[in-house]
Design a protein around this ligand. Structure first.
Ligand SMILES: C[S@@+](CC[C@H](N)C(=O)[O-])C[C@H]1O[C@@H](n2cnc3c(N)ncnc32)[C@H](O)[C@@H]1O
Length: 163
């Protein structure tokens, strides 16, 4: 069975979860992680860039800020509503990492920031990400692999189609 999320994060009330995301987003380690991702992916203006498990969209907003057509995929409706209010440059859609609401080969860049550690079936999500990326060579990065000081709680997965 593919469950949506395995940690206690998913069971706290919306306000508490949003507060937790805000605290995490302000952490230097998370900022560093995000800057690695943006540098590694070199997202270009106009590219279709999807952030899976976008929460309130603080990372998706960074994709929008470089001119990408940013889309946040988030199963939690409350998160999406809050995100839409905070990040006008991001289109939020309901969905899951296990069944992304995009056609095969229709996305240039995918990020999945601090979500994989919550998934019971990460390989299913990885296959979905590979499915929606445009055909061709694609690269994946796990920035935390570069620094031992990062904890598993900050695991990020990101990929793009060939530049
Ligand atoms: C730690 S937060 C990610 C924070 C987000 N990247 C940001 O910029 O603030 C984990 C997110 O994954 C979402 N999530 C949980 N299960 C999911 C699934 N199966 N597919 C996609 N997202 C999921 C949660 O609702 C939550 O918003």
């Amino acid at each position: 069975m593919v469950r949506p999320m395995s940690s206690s994060f998913g069971t706290a009330d919306l306000e508490t979860r949003i507060r937790a995301l805000d605290v995490q987003s302000a952490l230097p380690g998370v900022g560093l992680l995000r800057s690695w991702v943006l540098e590694a992916l070199a997202v270009r203006p106009g590219e279709r860039a999807v952030d899976v498990g976008s929460g309130t969209g603080s990372h998706a907003g960074e994709l929008a800020s470089v001119g990408a057509q940013a889309i946040g995929v988030e199963p939690d409706g409350g998160m999406r509503v809050t995100g839409a209010g905070r990040q006008p440059g991001v289109a939020f859609v309901g969905g899951s990492a296990y069944a992304l609401p995009f056609a095969d080969g229709s996305v240039d860049v995918v990020t999945c920031e601090r979500v994989f550690q919550h998934l019971d079936s990460p390989s299913v999500a990885a296959a979905e990400i590979a499915r929606v990326l445009r055909a061709g060579e694609w690269r994946s990065r796990t920035p935390t692999g570069r620094r031992r000081s990062c904890t598993p709680a900050t695991r990020t997965w990101s990929a793009r189609s060939a530049p």
